[in-house]
Design a protein around this ligand. Structure first.
Ligand code: DC
Length: 238
């Protein structure tokens, strides 16, 4: 057990399963830091797109992007309303990285080994002191294989597309259910079949299929798992 009695909580799963919503809520409740690793891949994608390194078909100019990596800084800033925004080289890109143009290209950028190595290193740095809730695709398998609590979230593609569509419509971004569903299914495929740390459930992860659960039920479920884990880890340390 580390000296401050804090643990690492890794939340992985398919896109639009609501990982970040419950991860954020738990982090706030227990006073942990929250890190959205998808936002980090999205920020690198936005950088690549705005420097003309991504072709319309998703082909990435890997050589130029890898050369640019040392000059790309990603951070998180806390806004006056308490929300966390993603910063790309100091600029607030939170709104832009959630748009469909970035969503449709991010899987290609996230499949590049050098991009993954650079971001995984950064993510591991955030966890040095523990006390962290991190969500993504490879947190329990690659970033923190020794995380004390690992969750793997699933929900049907239709449920996820419906949720994503609602978010986009609320933000005033015109799109259709079919387009969002196609994007969800396409991203699942690329995320699961890429060579470098594909989306995979860690053997010791706990499953959470939230297709029919309310947000409150999910928050409660996760809080219970957190409490059990802390009790287990503390017992072991005695
Ligand atoms: O969770 P999200 O939809 O914001 O993630 C955006 C993309 O980044 C998604 O296509 C998968 C990828 N990703 C990844 O490969 N590894 C992570 N740890 C997080 C996200």
């Amino acid at each position: 057990m580390n000296s401050n009695n804090k643990i690492i909580i890794a939340i992985d799963g398919f896109s639009s399963t609501g990982k970040s919503t419950i991860a954020k809520a738990l982090a706030q409740k227990i006073g942990y830091r929250y890190v959205d690793t998808g936002a980090m891949y999205r920020a690198v994608t936005l950088y690549a797109m705005s420097h003309n390194m991504v072709a319309p078909d998703g082909m990435v100019n890997t050589e130029d992007l890898v050369a640019a990596l040392p000059g790309i800084s990603i951070g998180f800033g806390i806004m006056p309303d308490g929300t966390q925004h993603t910063l790309l080289n100091g600029e607030d890109v939170e709104e832009h990285i959630r748009r469909m143009d970035v969503s449709s290209k991010v899987s290609y950028v996230a499949a590049i080994p050098e991009v993954r190595h650079a971001l995984v290193k950064m993510q591991q740095g955030y966890g040095v002191e523990k006390g962290i809730v991190m969500d993504g695709r490879d947190i329990g398998t690659t970033v923190f294989p020794d995380a004390e609590l690992k969750i793997f979230m699933t929900a049907s593609a239709e449920t996820r597309a419906q949720r994503r569509l609602k978010e986009l419509v609320e933000k005033g971004q015109a799109t259709s259910f079919e387009e969002v569903l196609a994007n969800v299914v396409h991203r699942d495929h690329i995320d699961q079949t890429r060579e470098e740390s594909p989306l995979r459930r860690a053997d010791d992860a706990l499953d959470l299929d939230n297709s029919t659960m309310t947000r409150e039920e999910q928050n409660e479920w996760l809080l219970q798992r957190y409490r059990e884990t802390v009790a287990r880890v503390n017992n072991k340390a005695i």
